[in-house]
Design a protein around this ligand. Structure first.
Ligand code: TYM
Length: 355
């Protein structure tokens, strides 16, 4: 943002004034995370990770692999371990620079669980009962409706509030959790005076809700059992093109963005995210052409954009020592920031400290 302001400044005086403001005003802080549960999809990429890469120069960013969230649903320990490093490798492969962003693994910073406990006591049962993701997940995992699944949004609030984050870049499915985070922060601030920054969700215009390729009325989800419903960030080109060719559309033939054409509209949103073209331009490009050409173009744009991510990912996964260094340095920096907030909270609620 500041770089854009600088580019727009026409006089030397304006530029100096922006430089002075930059020298004194700290950058706004961003926090976000992804659960290391299964292979990440283009929903995770377009709704979250790809956007993170555009923020790294203008904000102070922290990105977490939220493995503590993952165990609200039963996980195979070996698979969770692998997915944790894979998720970190995807962050890096997508273009997040560890010199500019703090990247870390949630369970390495114990303050998340500690603040979550405190915030549990400032979050109402009724509030948590209204969370749609809890309702969906408890229906899906009816044999394991554990307390963690219920209080999951409180851990998410702790993640965000620990770092005094101003903005949280997420897809639309997380918006309700951020609203709850805001409510909890405001409640705590009202009781104990200003303690937490009240965060805002940060969402791009397109890509906040990528839908399943097999049922475009349903969100694309990592855990979908139908492999044709999801495109994985790490799928190869042939697989990506095959999945787009099989995508459910409608009996019409016109490429047009419309609520009554959810399949085509979803493909247009995906194409738009990968190419930067707007919907008018896409409609013109495919005027007089059938869905076959359109689906192939979406598949190619997606596969070509993801190819460098995939090859960088393979290199990174072969260098475990490097991934560990990034995670270790990230955890040290995150712990330092998190402890500052946690000490403040402990003092305010009346926990005694040693002098
Ligand atoms: P998770 O792991 O389900 O998803 C990670 C990110 O991907 C976005 N996303 C999507 N965006 C567009 N279309 C889709 N189909 C799609 N599917 C997923 C999500 O909105 C999210 O931004 N609770 C969070 C993780 C979390 C978190 C946090 C996020 C824990 N603590 C603190 C932000 C801040 C989750 O389960 O995301």
């Amino acid at each position: 943002m500041q770089n854009k302001r600088m580019a727009a400044a026409t006089t030397r005086k304006d530029r100096l004034s922006i430089m002075n403001q930059e020298a004194t005003a700290p950058k706004k802080r961003i926090f976000s995370g992804v659960q290391p549960t299964g292979n990440l999809t283009i929903g995770n990429y377009l709704g979250a990770i790809k956007n993170w890469t555009t923020l790294q120069d203008d904000y102070e960013c922290l990105y977490c692999v939220v493995n503590q969230h993952a165990i609200t649903v039963r996980q195979d320990p070996a698979a969770l371990r692998r997915a944790t490093y894979e998720t970190l490798a995807v962050y890096l492969a997508a273009g997040l620079d560890p010199e500019k962003n703090t990247m870390f693994i949630q369970s390495h910073v114990s303050a998340h669980a500690e603040l979550a406990w405190v915030l549990n006591c400032y979050t109402m049962f009724g509030e948590l009962s209204r969370m749609t993701q809890f309702k969906d997940k408890s229906a899906k995992h009816a044999d394991n409706v554990n307390a963690g699944l219920f209080t999951y949004p409180v851990l998410m609030a702790a993640d965000i509030l620990l770092y005094q984050a101003d903005l949280v870049p997420v897809g639309i499915d997380q918006k309700q959790h951020i609203e709850l985070t805001r409510d909890v922060a405001e409640r705590f601030n009202a009781i104990y005076s200003n303690t937490f920054t009240v965060p805002e969700p940060y969402m791009p215009k397109t890509g906040t809700k990528i839908m399943s390729l097999q049922d475009p009325t349903k969100k694309m989800s990592k855990s979908d059992e139908n492999e044709n419903a999801t495109v994985r960030i790490l799928d190869d080109k042939d697989t990506i093109i095959r999945k787009f060719k099989r995508a459910v559309t409608d009996s019409d033939t016109v490429v047009r963005y419309s609520e009554d054409k959810p399949g085509v509209s979803n493909l247009m949103a995906i194409y738009s995210c990968f190419t930067g073209k707007d919907f008018d331009a896409i409609e013109k490009e495919f005027e007089g052409k059938g869905y076959g050409d359109f689906k192939l173009a979406v598949g190619e744009a997606c596969a070509d954009s993801l190819a460098p991510v995939r090859s960088r990912f393979t290199e990174l996964m072969a260098d475990k020592a490097y991934l560990e260094t990034v995670a270790k340095e990230g955890a040290a920096r995150a712990s330092y920031l998190a402890r500052k907030t946690l000490s403040k909270v402990y003092r305010k609620v009346g926990f005694v400290e040693f002098k």
